[in-house]
Design a binder for this molecule. Structure first.
Ligand SMILES: Cc1cc2nc3c(=O)[nH]c(=O)nc-3n(C[C@H](O)[C@H](O)[C@H](O)COP(=O)(O)O)c2cc1C
Length: 379
């Protein structure tokens, strides 16, 4: 199997800063705010600067450099009511929800927003948080069994609106004769709210092939992305869903007028890292990729430097001039990335700079790619 570039224009998402401390665990000055008013302004700015999606992250216990934390589903709904085109993806842990309750939330949010609600199903790494809230912590593989069942039930419920009442007797969830009324909004390009998933382990890759619409990768270099792309696509083909999974890649983007300025920002972020918070986070994420038998998965080989951006976003290498960053973005597109999930230091300023300076070059390079197959050679 080879990698094939997506033919659609690349899509862009941003991490909603619904937690304090921004997207890096560093004492560097950040002009990013975690509050609602700031986030509404940001969401409106983002949808006018080329962003199709925003992702609200979920954590309940303020920790590891984040002192304040807004809940993901309510925050997402707030942003949906204040925007016109942006799709907002709310992250959820299956161990805190009944899938039918979440499906009801999603469909109501979908109706309020005209078909712009989406969900990111995450299988969790924060054991102490779950235990503090009275949830029995399942080991890694079992959490994925639960998450996959959760997504299957969501899909069954979405279908129930047309097909009739849905029943499911599973190991984790039960639904008896239940029909979603209303069903999903009819919206271009998707039959129901899109289902994203986070997690990069072998179990996560199997789940993506079996049931997800989108696979989110932590920050990776070219080979690190390709390796996941091939395996997930293979899994999808085995599940009779060839080509059904789309790929999102995380990256922390620092674009400045000169390469030196951009690199200096990155080095300052790392030099001013909060070591205690980074090490605390490292210890908590031992419950993710590092806890698996084959050592594959998120944070399995992250260095201290990587962990300063808690989704390995520096590894994607989106640091430099607009031209350099745009070129690298399109190189990833050639390898099969459909969407970039971006984090920034000073969100309002950086999102605007991205829309004005980086995105136009990305679109030019994509047009070249359509014509020649190699945008770099064509320039
Ligand atoms: C893009 C992305 C976003 C994620 N967002 C969250 C989140 O908001 N909350 C959370 O607890 N985990 C989040 N995760 C991590 C998942 O919980 C993941 O399933 C878990 O860390 C296990 O990872 P593994 O399958 O690689 O071992 C995210 C993962 C990715 C790739």
């Amino acid at each position: 199997m080879t990698t094939t570039p997506a033919t659609e224009p690349l899509k862009f998402a941003y991490w909603v800063p619904n937690v304090s401390g921004g997207l890096v665990v560093s004492n560097i000055e950040q002009r990013t705010d975690w509050g609602y008013d700031y986030n509404v302004k940001l969401a409106k700015l983002a949808e006018n600067n080329g962003f199709d999606y925003a992702l609200s992250q979920v954590r309940y216990t303020a920790s590891y450099g984040a002192d304040q934390q807004h809940e993901s589903t309510s925050f997402s709904l707030g942003l949906l009511t204040q925007t016109e085109r942006l799709k907002v993806i709310a992250a959820v842990h299956p161990y805190f929800w009944h899938p039918a309750v979440l499906a009801k939330w999603l469909i109501t949010a979908d109706h309020i927003s005209g078909g712009r609600a989406a969900v990111n199903v995450v299988s969790g790494w924060f054991k102490n948080e779950a235990v503090d809230l009275g949830v029995r912590w399942l080991e890694h593989g079992e959490r994925y069994r639960q998450s996959e069942e959760f997504i299957r039930v969501l899909r069954g419920l979405f279908d129930s609106a047309e097909k009739g009442p849905f029943t499911h007797q599973g190991d984790f969830f039960q639904v008896h004769d239940f029909q979603l009324k209303p069903g999903p909004v009819t919206s271009e390009g998707r039959p129901h709210p899109e289902i994203f998933q986070g997690g990069n382990s072998t179990a996560a890759r199997a789940q993506a092939g079996n049931v997800a619409d989108w696979y989110f990768s932590n920050g990776k270099d070219f080979d690190g992305f390709t390796e996941q792309y091939l395996e997930v696509n293979q899994n999808a083909a085995l599940a009779g869903r060839e080509g059904a999974v789309k790929f999102g890649l995380n990256g922390f983007l620092v674009a400045r007028d000169t390469e030196k300025e951009a690199r200096d920002v990155l080095e300052e972020i790392i030099a001013k890292a909060n070591p205690e918070a980074v090490e605390g986070f490292r210890s908590a994420v031992q419950q993710a990729g590092p806890s698996t038998g084959d050592g594959k998965g998120m944070w399995a080989d992250s260095t201290f430097r990587d962990l300063v951006q808690y989704n390995d976003g520096f590894r994607t290498g989106l640091v430099g001039t607009p031209e350099q960053v745009a070129t690298r973005i399109v190189e990833y597109k050639k390898r099969g990335v459909d969407l970039f999930l971006l984090g920034f230091l000073h969100y309002l300023e950086d999102v605007e700079y991205f829309g004005a300076k980086v995105l136009p070059i990305v679109r030019e390079l994509e047009a070249d790619l359509e014509k020649t197959g190699d945008p770099v050679a064509a320039r």
